[in-house]
Design a protein around this ligand. Structure first.
Ligand code: SAM
Length: 342
């Protein structure tokens, strides 16, 4: 077991923590939280989880290993408790970067002040020098109101990585399309792995299907609009990917089974419900998921904040697992709800 650090982006931080929990579960890895903060999680797990998160996650920014944590106060003497020989091993040079995660700025929590003090401590303890160009070891520091956390940086996930798959670059475009970061997160929290079958019963332009296919998950899309069916197949082709996409009604699913479900049903300004209410669409979908979704399989559903998804799920005997909110614009805050088939 190793102590790992996961830093989450400032918007929707609780989504990142759920994503890490989901990935640990998918690969059967224990996850023992040591410190849970809104913006970061320090947890004990197998070091393999760090690699999995870096390969798959969307809403995690930095992953660190060999984590050490000290109280922030009394500053700077508290930094003497950090063991830099253990942190840096036999590397001769290092690079230090970090982030301050709690709002309130006092002189001793300014990022530069902490980095400078850490630099002095490293020099004093180890004699190692900074190299900005080619460091042997990269250290990442998180400063919160309560803690100073230092880890060896294992890697980072840049939003840039997802940019090339933004809806505006797709061959078939539609204003209701969701961004690839959210789509990837949905695939991950649906807890599917390579070879599993993931169903999106309102697949639209195929964003969820694309992210699933990139992970080796078999995507299965359903949409009532034949333009969407053709368009999502075209979009997958653009990236050299394939999905089974069929025209159908999510209220009468043309599908026998699925290992996971991730979906963004119609509710915004741009997506048509074809005369039905969203409540009716979800009620009928959930009733069928009892039979379609594998035992203990997960479904993640997006909906406007006002819709009581949790109540509809309970009526269909689906277990409520987690929910989080995403502000989209003045008129729309989305609620993502994760459910499990019992
Ligand atoms: C919000 S869009 C999905 C957007 C998708 N996440 C994307 O990134 O492109 C909702 C989709 O549900 C489809 N739809 C509406 N009613 C449906 C139904 N009863 N069964 C299946 N699909 C339906 C619409 O045609 C639309 O493509």
């Amino acid at each position: 077991m190793e102590t790992l650090l996961f830093l989450f982006p400032g918007d929707r931080p609780s989504f990142g923590a759920e994503e890490v929990r989901a990935l640990a579960e998918v690969y059967g890895l224990e996850l023992e939280p040591v410190v849970s903060h809104q913006r970061f999680l320090i947890a004990r797990s197998r070091s393999w989880l760090a690699d999995i998160v870096l390969q798959r996650a969307a809403l995690v920014r930095v992953v660190g290993i060999g984590v050490q944590i000290v109280p922030r106060l009394p500053f700077p003497s508290t930094l003497q408790q950090l063991d830099f020989d253990a942190l840096m091993g036999d590397s001769r040079t290092y690079y230090l970067e970090g982030v301050r995660v709690d709002r309130k700025q006092t002189a001793d929590t300014r990022l530069m002040t902490v980095l400078q003090e850490l630099g002095k401590q490293i020099l004093f303890q180890t004699g190692k020098r900074v190299s900005a160009a080619r460091p042997d070891c990269r250290l990442f520091v998180v400063i919160s109101k309560q803690w100073v956390v230092v880890a060896r940086k294992k890697g980072e996930i840049r939003a840039k990585f997802f940019k090339q798959r933004c809806p505006k670059y797709r061959k078939f475009r539609h204003p209701a399309a969701m961004d690839p970061i959210t789509n990837r997160w949905m695939v991950n929290v649906a807890r599917v792995k390579k070879g599993d079958l993931l169903l999106d019963p309102f697949c639209g332009t195929g964003g969820v299907l694309i992210e699933a296919a990139l992970l080796g998950v078999k995507p299965l899309g359903v949409d009532l609009d034949p333009r969407m069916v053709r368009g999502s197949i075209e979009n997958l082709k653009m990236y050299g990917l394939h999905a089974e996409v069929v025209r159908g009604d999510a209220r009468y699913l043309p599908v026998r089974s699925a290992d996971g479900v991730a979906t963004d049903p119609p509710y915004g300004r741009h997506a048509s419900t074809w005369g039905a209410t969203l409540r009716e669409l979800l009620r009928k979908l959930f009733t069928q998921l009892r039979g379609v979704l594998r035992h203990r399989g997960y479904a993640v559903v997006a909906a406007p904040q006002e819709l009581p998804v949790r109540v509809l799920a309970a009526e269909a005997d689906l277990e409520y697992v987690w929910e989080g909110l995403q502000y989209v614009h003045g008129g729309l805050t989305r609620r993502f709800v994760i459910l499990r088939n019992m």
